[in-house]
Each structure stands twice: as structure tokens, then as C-alpha cells.
Design a binder for this molecule. Structure first.
Ligand code: ATP
Length: 283
């Protein structure tokens, strides 16, 4: 039996560069892991195949779970003979939240299977297997701070986000990722994040400059019914956040705070209105 943390991610930046002939969009994103994590436990079993249990009743328990897809892809691609497995998921990362929860569970499964059955497999190969499952999986395999390009699978390691506190708040609404992409009109995107400036600010470990460059282009195309995203942003900024932004395709919003006390006060205040509020740190 082996338990692995599956960390959530935040987008410090999310930029859309264009639409590709294959229907996907070309993205450029600065990603950051945070210490909000699911726990993914793998137990080999006699019975062949992959069984999934999860503490949330509405998650798939069959081959449709991203964790099961990851295990199947690992055995299919690595040449390791398949073993029977039970994967138990304790969910802490909000679902459909723009925090790559499912992708991170899949990545945790890949890391454990590699450690157990193919320790010589290079990380790049594991990330390539991850790319077959989903665009965010290669990043989740690696974690930390990284630039993700292409569909999200081309990764460059970056210097870490300097120590800070993060307040993560998911409103009850959910946003469809395909719907958001369908609303993007490249010529109408008014602003793009200064990704190059973000990379320099990370290099210099300058939290002030990093905070000024946090930006997600999806905020520009959010339909009015997601106004809660902007009210959470304003509340975070009003309570002292250096920056606040939606992560991924939302609707989760995060605020960056220099000191733990103001972050804790903001988290406390938001938890009176929203069920999913977390006080986190980058990892
Ligand atoms: P991303 O940030 O990568 O767009 P997300 O946070 O918006 O992801 P997820 O929570 O990863 O979305 O899950 C989205 C869908 O995947 C849900 O419909 C969910 O039922 C399904 N799913 C399959 N396996 C899992 C899993 N292990 N954890 C969460 N969701 C899963």
C-alpha cells in the first residue's frame, strides 16, 4: 500500500495565444502547486483490473476516473505487466474548480507506479504518458512552479514562488471549460498577461512584481452570471491581497498575501459566505 499526495495547482498566469488546426488552443501558463492535496492510496490486489474508491459519491469509480485512466495508460505504455490495483482517493481539492484535481490524482498514480514498477523510467517519459490522459497531467506529474506551453504539456521549470500565503475560494457555481474556450475571440482579447515579466520577477524572487503580473485571460470572457468571481476578487483585494485572480477555467479565485495573519482573516471572513475556502501555501 502506498499513499501519495496529489497537490492542487493555481494559475499565476493563463494566456491563450491562438487556436490550433487540431481544435485545441495554444496556451502559455505559469503554474504553481499549493499544499491543498488529495490523498491517493494504491493497493495491489489479487483480482486483475483497476478498482477506484472515492470519498465523494459523484466521482467515477470505474475506468472513467482519471486515476484509473492513468494506471491503465501506465501499464499500456511502459511495458510493465499490468497488476490488479485498488486506488482509494480522499478528495480535498474542490472538483471542477480549475485546480486540476483530477489531473493531479492521475499524476499521483503515475508517480507511485513508476516508483514501484519502473524506477529507471525518466521523468520526461512519465510526463509523456501523462499527456495521453490530459493536458494538465504532465505538469501535475512534476509540480512546483513551471511554465506550461502548447496544450499545457511543454514544461519549463521556474524558480519557486517566494514564500507567501494564498487564500483559495471556490464559489458554488461551476463553469464549463469548453464553453469558456468557445467564448474566446482571439482578436477581442483586450489584455494578455506579461508572461516574460512574470518569469523575470520569479527569477528575481520579487513578490511585489510577481503579484502585479498575475492575470488570467478567461476573466475577460466570463459571462455575467459568474459575477461572483469578481466579487470574491474585490473582497480579497479589500482585505489586503497583493493580487487576486481566477485560476484555470475557474470558478475558483485565489488571493496572494504577504503575511499569514491578513490571509487568515480574509479566509475567515470568506468562509462565512462560501463553503470551500482554504488557507494555503505554495509548494
Ligand atoms: P482542470 O483545472 O484541469 O480543468 P478541474 O479542477 O476544473 O480541472 P476536475 O476537478 O479535475 O476539474 O474534474 C473535472 C471532471 O473530471 C469532473 O466531471 C469529474 O467527475 C471528473 N473526474 C474524473 N476523475 C476525477 C478525480 N479523480 N477527481 C476529480 N474529478 C474527476
Amino acid at each position: 500500500m502506498r499513499t501519495e499526495p496529489a497537490y492542487a495547482k493555481l494559475n499565476l498566469t493563463l494566456d491563450i495565444l491562438g487556436k490550433r488546426p487540431d481544435g485545441y488552443h495554444d496556451l502559455r501558463m505559469v503554474m504553481q502547486s499549493i499544499d491543498l492535496a488529495d490523498q491517493v492510496t494504491l493497493s495491489p490486489r489479487e483480482e486483475p483490473g483497476i478498482g477506484v474508491t472515492a470519498d465523494l459519491p459523484y466521482l467515477p469509480r470505474d475506468g472513467g476516473n482519471i486515476a484509473a485512466k492513468a494506471a491503465a495508460a501506465f501499464f499500456a505504455q511502459s511495458g510493465v505487466p499490468p497488476v490488479g490495483l485498488t486506488i482509494a482517493i480522499r478528495k480535498m481539492i474542490p472538483v471542477c474548480a480549475g485546480m486540476a484535481g483530477g489531473s493531479s490524482d492521475g499524476a499521483a498514480v503515475l508517480r507511485v507506479l513508476r516508483d514501484l514498477y519502473a524506477p529507471e523510467m525518466p521523468m520526461e517519459q512519465l510526463e509523456e504518458i501523462g499527456a495521453l490522459i490530459g493536458s494538465d497531467v504532465p505538469y501535475c506529474v512534476r509540480g512546483g512552479t513551471a511554465l506550461a506551453e502548447g496544450r499545457g504539456e511543454h514544461l519549463t521549470a521556474l524558480p519557486p514562488l517566494p514564500p507567501c500565503s494564498l487564500v483559495v475560494c471556490k464559489p458554488a457555481c461551476s463553469i464549463s471549460t469548453p464553453e469558456l474556450f468557445s467564448l474566446v475571440r482571439m482578436k477581442k482579447l483586450r489584455c494578455h498577461p506579461d508572461t516574460a515579466g512574470m518569469l523575470r520577477a520569479l527569477e528575481d524572487q520579487d513578490l511585489e512584481r510577481i503579484a502585479r503580473r498575475i492575470y488570467n485571460v478567461f476573466e475577460d470572457v466570463l459571462p455575467r452570471r459568474y459575477a461572483e468571481v469578481f466579487s470574491i476578487k474585490s473582497e480579497l483585494l479589500g482585505m489586503g491581497a497583493m493580487a487576486a485572480s481566477m485560476t484555470g477555467s475557474g470558478p475558483t479565485v485565489f488571493g496572494v498575501f504577504r503575511d499569514r495573519e491578513s490571509a487568515a482573516r480574509a479566509a475567515e471572513s470568506l468562509s462565512g459566505q462560501y463553503a470551500a475556502v482554504h488557507l494555503c501555501r505554495p509548494i
